[in-house]
Design a protein around this ligand. Structure first.
Ligand SMILES: Nc1ncnc2c1ncn2[C@@H]1O[C@H](COP(=O)(O)OP(=O)(O)OP(=O)(O)O)[C@@H](O)[C@H]1O
Ligand SMILES: [Mg+2]
Length: 340
């Protein structure tokens, strides 16, 4: 560990926190979950260990998600979680305190942005800066943000879908909806409850989504055996669900995401729209991995759609890359885009 030489990019997502370390790439990817002791309110676990406890914790421990829909819902637990993650990545000595750029959703309030900086400072970050998520995502996905041509990025995460058109390092038009991967999971839970009177947990729903879920029909669609509890007699039950049932369950959420893309396109100046037809739409975020989500967006818009190489990591990578160039961003007026 170099002396005062730790540079990191942080993405505290609703579902997962990712940390990018200068020259090393993504060094941490853990669920944004903390396990809190109900007696003394101390944090017993964070990340993977805490996620294991979600939905099946003993009475004296509560597992919570400190980030909701992309913003901090609980400052203390966010700070404690981040402190653990930062220590894990950078070490514990005073000299290892990192500089960091933290990505925040484009539409956050100043208060929410300040809370992120406060949590980061409390977690041991020197001079924390924030950057808008769509900008970080675009950089992390390798889009040419410095050029005059427009680029469209669609980040479909856990709690939030953010759509933005970027040109000359600025966000020209955007739209964000609180519909993303978590809502896909909830939709599956609701569907199974309504159709079969069986209650399943959120983690089961997420597994079903990842294993057989889709936004568009695909070849060799499978089915999945799931376990739940009958809500009439309270007994454990097993049930087989098909890929087309899951697609039906997800259809409203997918439609809301399509609507966000469409409304951003409508707000985009015509000159840039022409660029977009040529360059297409770049998808990122973990939920960009939902089968066929690229196909439905392509059908809806008539534009080519691509999925970023490391969709889940784009935001943290982009934030980290901005930190490497922080002096240029701070001093060079030709950079229209600024960090806060
Ligand atoms: N293969 C997959 N298929 C479908 N969904 C997936 C897949 N892998 C991960 N996901 C989903 O991606 C979501 C997490 O994505 P990501 O890490 O980008 O979200 P986040 O950044 O934490 O959240 P947000 O940006 O909304 O605050 C989860 O809902 C997860 O279930
Ligand atoms: Mg995200």
């Amino acid at each position: 560990m170099g002396l005062f030489n730790n540079f990191i990019g942080i993405d505290m997502g609703t579902s997962n926190t990712k940390i990018y370390y200068k020259d090393r790439g993504i060094v941490l990817r853990e669920p944004t979950v903390v396990a809190i002791d109900n007696y003394d309110e101390t944090i017993r676990a964070a990340g993977n260990e805490a996620k294991e406890m979600l939905g099946r914790t003993p009475k004296d421990i509560t597992a919570v998600r400190p980030i909701q829909d992309g913003v901090i819902a609980d400052l203390t637990s966010t700070e404690t979680m981040l402190r653990r993650f930062v220590k894990e990545v950078c070490g514990t000595s005073f000299f290892s305190k990192p500089r960091a750029v933290i990505a925040v959703p484009f539409n956050v309030t100043e208060v929410e942005r300040h809370a992120v900086k406060q949590a980061a400072a409390g977690a041991g970050v020197r001079d924390p800066r924030t950057v808008d998520e769509p900008m970080a995502a675009a950089i992390g996905a390798g889009l040419p943000i410095a050029e005059a041509t427009g680029s469209m990025i669609v980040d479909i995460g856990g709690g939030l879908t953010e759509v933005a058109v970027i040109s000359y390092q600025g966000i020209v038009s955007s739209c964000s909806v609180k519909i993303a991967g978590d809502d896909f999971d909830d939709a599956i839970v609701d569907y199974v409850r309504r159709k079969y009177n069986i209650a399943i947990g959120g983690r089961t729903a997420e597994e079903v989504k990842i294993n057989i879920g889709s936004a568009y029909p695909y070849e060799n669609e499978g089915r999945e055996l799931i376990k739940g509890r009958n809500i009439i007699d309270g007994l454990p039950r097993e049930l087989e669900i098909t890929a087309s049932e899951v697609r039906e369950a997800l259809s409203d959420s997918v439609a809301a995401i399509l609507e966000a893309v469409r409304s951003t396109l409508e707000k985009t100046p015509p000159e840039l729209s022409a660029d977009l037809i040529e360059r297409g739409i770049m998808l990122c975020g973990g939920s960009a991995l939902l089968r066929g989500i690229d196909t439905v967006i392509a059908q809806e818009t008539g534009m080519p759609v691509y999925i970023a190489p490391e969709p889940t990591d784009c935001v943290a990578i982009g934030a980290g890359m901005m930190l490497e160039h922080i002096d240029e961003f701070d001093n060079d007026d030709s950079y229209g885009y600024r960090m806060a």
